[in-house]
Structures are given as C-alpha cells and as structure tokens.
Design a protein. Structure first.
Length: 588
C-alpha cells in the first residue's frame, strides 16, 4: 500500500512539474516590418512576453529589422528561421546600444530547474575592445549572456563576475548559439554552450560543450536583451530566432512561421458569409463582408464538398463556404482584410492554398480565391473568365499556363516569388500535390505565370459569377503563409462535435492505455487561442495537437504515438487563463 501511494504521489509531482515547466517558453523571430527600429515598441504582450522591445540604454539607435545580410546558408546545419532579423553597425568609436524585451514573469533561480537559450548570431568587424551579446537581465541588471564579451576574441559565456569559464575560439561567420543553464538556487548556476550543434542530432552532451562556465543569476531574470558596442567603428551585429525554454526539443524545433493566416470557416451552419463572420486576430484584420455583387447567397454549410474524392487526405475542420448562382450574370465578392499589408519586396516568398470545388461551370464565368489591394484584385487561383482550366488568374498581359481540369474537388497551392518591382512576380500553381511530401518542385508545377502585385496586398477574397445559372462554388481551408509547411493542413487533429458549452473541461483520453492511437476530448466555453500539447515524463514536449483559434464547443483531437516508446505521457490544455492536465499510458 505504501508503494502504491508513493507511486501515485510521484506521478502527481511529475504531472505538476510538466505543467509548470512547459509554460516557460518564448521565441522571437523578428517578424516585423522591414526597416523598423526595435525601439519603436515592436512586439506586444503574449506568448511568454510581457511587452515590446525598447532601447533602454545607449548613445546611438542603429539596430533595425532587415531581411538580408545574414549568411544562413553558411551555417554548419540548416537552422529553421522565419521573418526578418535584427542588425546594426556601430557608427562611431565607443558607441553602444542595449535593446530589451520583458518576459511576462520572472524565471526563478530554483535548484534543479533547467533553462535553454539559443539564437542565430553573426558578428563582423569585431575588435577586442568591444562586446556583442544576447543576455538575460533582471530588469536593468545583466545576469549572463552568450556571444562575445568585452576583450574576448572567442564566442563565450559572458559572466561579468569572477567565476571561470572557457571560450570557443571563433568569431567569424554565422553561428547558432545554444546554452543550457542548470540552476542551483544560489549564485553558482552551471552553464554549457554549444556553437552550431546539429539541431536534429538530439540533446548535446555537456562533456563536449564548446564552452562551460558558472553564472551568478541570483534571484532569476525577467528580460531578454540584445546589446553591443565598443571601440570598433563598423562592428556589425546580427541576431535572429532568439529562443528561451526548458527543453532542447523546444530550442531545436522548426521555427513557427512568422505569418500564417488560416480560415477553416468554423462558423454556425446556415449563416451568411456577409454577416460579419470572424473577428480580428490570427493574422486577420476583421470580418468577412460582401463588398461587391448583386446576390448575397454564399453561406456556411457542412455538407456538399467531396473531401473523400481528393487524391490525398487534406486536413479540414469546421464548415465550408458554398453558394450557387441563382440567375445569369449574377456575381458575388466576399472579402476579409488581413491585419497588415503583405508587401511586394524582392526575395519574399508567399504561399496561398485552399480546398476548391466548382460545379456546372461555363466559360462565361469565373470562380477564384484572390489577393486584393483594398478593392482592387491583384491575382487569384481557380477559374478565371473564359478559361476551362484551373489556372493562375492574372488579369494582365503576362502569360501563364493552365491546368486542364475543372471537375471534382481539388487542393490548390500557389507559390509567389516577389520581385519588389512592377515587372511581375513569378507564380507556380500545383493542383492537389501530396501534403505529406516535400516542397513541390517548380519545374513540375501544373501552372506557371506572372502576377502584378505592385504594392502588395491586404485582403483575401472569394469571388465568382457569370452567365451560368446554377454554377456552384465551394471553398474551405484557405491558408496564406511564407512556406510550404504553412500550407500543409493538419486541421484533422481537432474535430468540433458540439457548440453549446458551459465550462472548460479536459476529458480522459480513450482508449487508455492505448497503442498507438487515442482520442482526447475537451470543452472550451469561449472563443480564443487554444493549445493542446503532449509531454513525456521529463516535461519535454513530444507533440502539439492543437495550436489555433477555436470557437466555443466540444472538440476531439487524435494523438498517434507510433514513434514514441511505451510509458506515461501527460497532455495539457491551455485556453484563455485556464490550464488543465491529465496523464495517459502508451503500452506497446
């Protein structure tokens, strides 16, 4: 009996530890407008951050957001990144800058806690009479940093105290810096630094760390800072992908894309799309509205799209948007603004996708999912006027090819390579590529062409019309992002099964024990951001099942543990201010 009680207590302690530990995760991808200064209050509270960036010390404000200048391709390994980066050059001798961003809470110095910090880092024109660091601060007091400390020609663990450390003898080229901090509860936190370890090689061994040392972190820290300066004129520092967490898996995971906008049409069945469906958030600037047309007929439905007839299983959730043309020469244009303009800047790559089905089509008509600049269409995918094939709709004189089909449901995926000018942005379209495959090759794209998106775009529109009475258009799972991975739908991980809910609840998975799959049900009673994560006994994240905006209701999420060993796992639901956890057993 005593053994049983101890085991139950131990499991409970582990559950609580994983719940608390996993809340300590923040990352910064610097996905802000190019050319902006971090001192203009970039960033907002949320996702572990307490507020915006600001320059809290310095004599020059020279750091800006850029999208060029960091030699990502020269890294020893491919390290995931997205958005821009922060960069600046020292304009005069003895210039300095300290830019900081508060965390949403103090990360305490408690014995046994482990924190990880990483960043992409490049320093040029370095002199020993200078420093360039990414550090943890307790308000305005620096506690520790990684990079180049004053008078050190190597990448090191900067301590600013008498405790010894070793350095990694290099300051040339871009590096991925990763530090592990083992907290002591006193003034001797042990720290290990690796310079460009393999992000897919598993947690690195502390016995082969490139640098080791001891940090005096006293009562903990509550701020991240990027700071540098010194004698050298022209010394240039670039930093990207700052991460702070409690596990190697979080530090080494692929970067979340900086700009991903999703629309699953998860609204009440039967409602009109023109009734201001949707709210600001998740990359959207507001609701759907019909801004042009002579019939208001598009509604939310949950039947009529032949998902099972697709070449591949494409994840989807909620309802879909559908309507039929009631008379000849009817048309409708429904739009939803984005929360910012997606600019036409040379080298930027955007991706657009949707589930799409068109019935009873005639050549004297069109049916498109498009990007707009206000009320001006810039480009679209689907059927353009007079074209019997799925194509890249350009509405200009630039040539394109079409994909010769208009029958049955399709998953349309477009890649847009921006040019930064008015000469046309190169576009590639694939019709129902394999969502589990690698990024499709442009050489075998089903359609190719050029789009004129001179000033970028700020709106997504679903629009159609023409001569054909009864022409029916259905659209689901619109996605807009900056990578192929942003397009790959995983919405099947969560299925809404009930609308009216009075309280938050996380239910026991079924079956339990399980092998290899199980179902997790949960209730949320307010619309908002929802996360459902799975952790192992060490509190390490092993799977994210849900990470999206959901409306109130009951949901089912499927978890497949085929690649995991037998053992106890914990799953945690975060919705609003509510955090709920349960355990489950994988028995193989």
């Amino acid at each position: 009996m005593r053994t049983k009680i101890l085991l139950v207590c131990f499991a409970f302690v582990l559950l609580m530890a994983s719940t608390v530990f996993s809340q300590y995760e923040v990352y910064e991808s610097f996905d802000y407008p190019i050319g902006s200064s971090p001192d203009t209050l970039l960033g907002t509270a949320g996702n572990g951050w307490g507020g915006s960036w600001d320059m809290f010390d310095g004599n020059y404000e020279v750091m800006t957001i850029v999208d060029t200048g960091f030699a990502y391709d020269d890294l020893n390994y491919t390290v995931s990144h997205t958005g821009g980066l922060i960069m600046g050059a020292n304009p005069s001798a003895w210039g300095w800058q300290r830019y900081g961003r508060y965390l949403d809470k103090k990360w305490p110095n408690e014995a046994g806690k482990i924190y990880w910090m990483s960043c992409l880092y490049e320093l040029k024109n370095y002199t020993n009479n200078g420093w360039a660091l990414v550090s943890v601060y307790d308000s305005t007091n620096e506690r520790a940093g990684i990079g180049h400390e004053w008078g050190n020609d190597s990448i090191s663990i900067a301590t600013y105290n008498t405790m010894g450390h070793s350095g990694y003898l290099t300051h040339d080229g871009p590096q991925w810096l990763v530090a592990k901090m083992v907290m002591s509860g006193d003034s001797t936190a042990r720290v290990f630094l690796w310079v460009s370890p393999d992000p897919k090689g598993g947690e690195p061994d502390t016995t082969v760390a490139d640098a080791r040392g001891t940090w005096n972190i006293r009562s903990g820290f509550n701020r991240i800072a990027v700071h540098w300066g010194g004698e050298g004129v022209g010394m240039t520092m670039a930093v990207d992908e700052i991460r702070l967490g409690t596990t190697w898996d979080f530090i080494s995971a692929e970067a979340a894309s900086g700009s991903v906008v999703k629309e699953s049409f998860d609204y009440s069945v039967g409602t009109s799309v023109d009734t201001l469906l949707g709210t600001a958030g998740g990359g959207w600037g507001g609701s759907w509205d019909m801004f042009d047309g002579n019939y208001e007929i598009m509604t939310i439905v949950d039947t009529g799209f032949a998902y099972d007839d697709l070449n591949y299983t494409i994840g989807h959730s909620g309802g879909l948007m559908m309507g039929a043309n009631p008379s000849a020469w009817g048309w409708q244009r429904y739009g939803r603004y984005l929360d910012k303009r997606w600019p036409n800047e040379a080298g930027k790559v955007y991706w657009l996708s949707c589930l799409y089905e068109l019935k009873n089509y005639t050549n004297n008509g069109w049916a498109l999912v498009s990007v707009f600049d206000g009320t001006n269409e810039r480009a679209g995918i689907g059927h353009e006027w007079g074209n019997d094939s799925i194509s890249i709709a350009t509405y200009n004189t630039m040539g394109h090819t079409g994909y010769l089909t208009h029958d049955g449901p399709q998953w349309l995926v477009a890649k847009v390579v921006m040019t930064g000018d008015t000469l046309g942005n190169r576009v590639f379209l694939w019709v129902t590529p394999d969502p589990e495959g690698a990024e499709p090759d442009t050489v075998v794209a089903d359609a190719r062409g050029n789009w004129r998106i001179d000033n970028g775009f700020d709106r997504i529109a679903v629009h159609w019309g023409g001569e054909g009475v009864g022409m029916t258009m259905a659209v689901d799972e619109i996605r807009l992002g900056t990578s192929w991975n942003d397009m790959k739908p995983g919405a099947t991980a969560v299925e809404k099964i009930k609308d009216i809910i009075s309280s938050y609840e996380l239910k026991q998975n079924y079956p339990n024990p399980f092998n290899p799959s199980t179902k997790i049900s949960f209730n949320i009673n307010h619309a908002g951001k929802v996360r459902l994560n799975v952790y192992n006994l060490l509190g390490q994240l092993v799977s994210t099942l849900v990470d999206e905006e959901l409306t109130a209701g009951t949901y089912n999420a499927d978890f497949n543990a085929s690649g995991l060993p037998s053992g106890i796992y914990f799953y945690k639901l975060e919705a609003g201010n509510t955090v709920l956890s349960k355990k489950m057993i994988l028995l193989k």
